[in-house]
Write a protein of this length. Structure first.
Ligand SMILES: Nc1ncnc2c1ncn2[C@@H]1O[C@H](COP(=O)(O)OP(=O)(O)OP(=O)(O)O)[C@@H](O)[C@H]1O
Ligand SMILES: [Mg+2]
Length: 149
Protein backbone atom coordinates (compact mmCIF):
# COMPACT_ATOMS: atom_id res chain seq x y z
CA UNK A 1 0.00 0.00 0.00
CA UNK A 2 2.41 2.70 1.13
CA UNK A 3 5.47 2.53 -1.10
CA UNK A 4 7.21 5.88 -0.68
CA UNK A 5 7.35 7.51 2.72
CA UNK A 6 8.46 11.09 3.31
CA UNK A 7 10.20 11.51 6.65
CA UNK A 8 10.75 15.15 7.57
CA UNK A 9 13.28 15.62 10.32
CA UNK A 10 14.54 18.61 12.26
CA UNK A 11 17.31 16.53 13.85
CA UNK A 12 15.81 16.68 17.34
CA UNK A 13 15.61 13.75 19.75
CA UNK A 14 11.85 13.49 19.28
CA UNK A 15 12.25 13.59 15.54
CA UNK A 16 14.83 10.80 15.81
CA UNK A 17 12.22 8.56 17.44
CA UNK A 18 9.88 9.12 14.49
CA UNK A 19 12.74 8.44 12.10
CA UNK A 20 13.42 5.10 13.79
CA UNK A 21 9.74 4.14 13.59
CA UNK A 22 9.48 5.28 9.98
CA UNK A 23 12.42 3.12 8.94
CA UNK A 24 10.93 0.10 10.73
CA UNK A 25 7.58 0.70 9.06
CA UNK A 26 9.20 1.08 5.64
CA UNK A 27 11.00 -2.20 6.16
CA UNK A 28 7.77 -3.99 7.04
CA UNK A 29 5.97 -2.50 4.04
CA UNK A 30 8.82 -2.90 1.59
CA UNK A 31 8.66 0.85 1.00
CA UNK A 32 11.39 3.36 0.27
CA UNK A 33 11.97 6.49 2.33
CA UNK A 34 12.88 10.05 1.48
CA UNK A 35 14.32 12.01 4.36
CA UNK A 36 13.89 15.76 4.20
CA UNK A 37 15.22 18.67 6.22
CA UNK A 38 13.94 22.18 5.73
CA UNK A 39 16.48 24.82 6.67
CA UNK A 40 15.05 27.70 8.65
CA UNK A 41 14.94 31.02 6.83
CA UNK A 42 17.37 33.66 8.15
CA UNK A 43 15.67 35.21 11.19
CA UNK A 44 14.73 38.81 10.68
CA UNK A 45 15.93 39.76 14.18
CA UNK A 46 19.26 38.23 13.19
CA UNK A 47 19.66 40.83 10.48
CA UNK A 48 19.15 43.66 12.95
CA UNK A 49 21.35 42.06 15.58
CA UNK A 50 24.11 41.37 13.05
CA UNK A 51 24.09 44.96 11.92
CA UNK A 52 24.04 46.32 15.44
CA UNK A 53 26.68 44.03 16.94
CA UNK A 54 28.73 42.95 13.94
CA UNK A 55 28.93 39.46 15.46
CA UNK A 56 30.05 37.13 12.69
CA UNK A 57 27.83 34.22 13.80
CA UNK A 58 24.77 36.24 12.96
CA UNK A 59 25.80 37.21 9.45
CA UNK A 60 23.53 35.67 6.79
CA UNK A 61 26.37 33.86 4.97
CA UNK A 62 27.52 32.14 8.15
CA UNK A 63 23.96 31.37 9.17
CA UNK A 64 23.38 29.69 5.80
CA UNK A 65 26.65 27.78 6.04
CA UNK A 66 25.85 26.48 9.54
CA UNK A 67 22.31 25.56 8.52
CA UNK A 68 23.63 23.55 5.60
CA UNK A 69 26.20 21.78 7.75
CA UNK A 70 23.45 20.89 10.20
CA UNK A 71 21.15 19.60 7.42
CA UNK A 72 23.91 17.39 6.03
CA UNK A 73 24.73 15.97 9.45
CA UNK A 74 21.10 15.17 10.24
CA UNK A 75 20.53 13.53 6.86
CA UNK A 76 23.79 11.60 7.01
CA UNK A 77 22.70 9.96 10.26
CA UNK A 78 19.30 9.17 8.73
CA UNK A 79 21.00 7.51 5.76
CA UNK A 80 23.15 5.40 8.07
CA UNK A 81 20.08 4.13 9.92
CA UNK A 82 18.22 3.37 6.67
CA UNK A 83 21.24 1.59 5.19
CA UNK A 84 21.65 -0.48 8.35
CA UNK A 85 18.02 -1.59 8.00
CA UNK A 86 18.44 -2.24 4.27
CA UNK A 87 15.78 0.30 3.39
CA UNK A 88 16.15 2.25 0.16
CA UNK A 89 16.68 5.88 1.06
CA UNK A 90 17.09 9.29 -0.54
CA UNK A 91 17.89 12.51 1.30
CA UNK A 92 17.38 16.17 0.49
CA UNK A 93 17.26 19.58 2.10
CA UNK A 94 15.96 22.96 1.06
CA UNK A 95 15.10 26.39 2.34
CA UNK A 96 11.43 27.08 2.10
CA UNK A 97 8.93 29.70 3.17
CA UNK A 98 8.46 27.53 6.24
CA UNK A 99 9.26 23.91 7.13
CA UNK A 100 5.61 22.83 6.86
CA UNK A 101 5.24 24.43 3.44
CA UNK A 102 8.45 22.81 2.23
CA UNK A 103 7.36 19.41 3.62
CA UNK A 104 3.97 19.45 1.90
CA UNK A 105 5.56 20.60 -1.36
CA UNK A 106 8.26 17.94 -1.15
CA UNK A 107 5.69 15.18 -0.60
CA UNK A 108 3.81 16.35 -3.68
CA UNK A 109 6.91 16.73 -5.89
CA UNK A 110 8.28 13.33 -4.91
CA UNK A 111 4.83 11.71 -5.20
CA UNK A 112 5.13 10.26 -1.70
CA UNK A 113 2.08 8.35 -0.46
CA UNK A 114 2.64 8.80 3.29
CA UNK A 115 4.33 11.31 5.60
CA UNK A 116 5.70 10.08 8.93
CA UNK A 117 6.68 12.80 11.40
CA UNK A 118 6.87 13.39 15.15
CA UNK A 119 4.28 15.35 17.11
CA UNK A 120 7.00 17.70 18.37
CA UNK A 121 10.54 18.65 17.49
CA UNK A 122 13.26 20.98 18.59
CA UNK A 123 11.10 23.10 20.84
CA UNK A 124 9.88 19.95 22.54
CA UNK A 125 6.81 18.56 24.22
CA UNK A 126 5.92 21.50 26.41
CA UNK A 127 3.14 23.79 25.38
CA UNK A 128 0.86 22.82 22.56
CA UNK A 129 -0.79 19.49 21.84
CA UNK A 130 1.10 19.35 18.54
CA UNK A 131 4.10 21.28 17.27
CA UNK A 132 3.17 24.04 14.86
CA UNK A 133 4.86 22.45 11.83
CA UNK A 134 3.01 19.19 12.44
CA UNK A 135 -0.27 21.08 12.82
CA UNK A 136 0.26 22.88 9.53
CA UNK A 137 1.28 19.73 7.66
CA UNK A 138 -1.89 18.02 8.94
CA UNK A 139 -3.93 20.97 7.72
CA UNK A 140 -2.41 21.24 4.25
CA UNK A 141 -1.32 17.75 3.26
CA UNK A 142 -3.52 15.90 0.79
CA UNK A 143 -1.85 12.56 1.55
CA UNK A 144 -2.04 10.59 4.83
CA UNK A 145 0.14 11.74 7.71
CA UNK A 146 1.22 9.45 10.52
CA UNK A 147 2.05 11.46 13.66
CA UNK A 148 4.44 9.65 15.94
CA UNK A 149 4.05 10.33 19.67
N1 LIG B 1 12.87 22.25 9.69
C1 LIG B 1 12.27 21.06 9.61
N2 LIG B 1 12.58 20.21 8.61
C2 LIG B 1 11.98 19.01 8.52
N3 LIG B 1 11.06 18.58 9.38
C3 LIG B 1 10.71 19.39 10.39
C4 LIG B 1 11.28 20.68 10.55
N4 LIG B 1 10.72 21.26 11.64
C5 LIG B 1 9.83 20.37 12.13
N5 LIG B 1 9.83 19.25 11.39
C6 LIG B 1 9.03 18.04 11.60
O1 LIG B 1 7.92 18.34 12.42
C7 LIG B 1 7.99 17.60 13.64
C8 LIG B 1 7.39 18.46 14.74
O2 LIG B 1 8.12 19.66 14.86
P1 LIG B 1 7.42 21.04 15.20
O3 LIG B 1 8.34 22.09 14.68
O4 LIG B 1 6.01 21.02 14.72
O5 LIG B 1 7.39 21.01 16.81
P2 LIG B 1 8.24 21.83 17.86
O6 LIG B 1 9.61 22.14 17.29
O7 LIG B 1 8.19 21.04 19.13
O8 LIG B 1 7.40 23.14 18.06
P3 LIG B 1 7.38 24.55 17.28
O9 LIG B 1 6.01 24.65 16.70
O10 LIG B 1 7.62 25.54 18.34
O11 LIG B 1 8.48 24.53 16.23
C9 LIG B 1 9.47 17.28 13.80
O12 LIG B 1 9.69 16.16 14.63
C10 LIG B 1 9.85 16.98 12.37
O13 LIG B 1 9.39 15.71 11.98
MG1 LIG C 1 9.89 23.21 15.49
Amino acid sequence: MYKHILVPTDGSELSDKAVEAAIKLAKLLGARVSAFHSMEPYPLQGAYAAEASGVAELQPELFAERSEEYAKRVLESFKKAADAANVECATSYATGRSPSHAIVEKARDEKCDLIVMASHGRRGLEGFLLGSETQKVLTHSTIPVLVYR
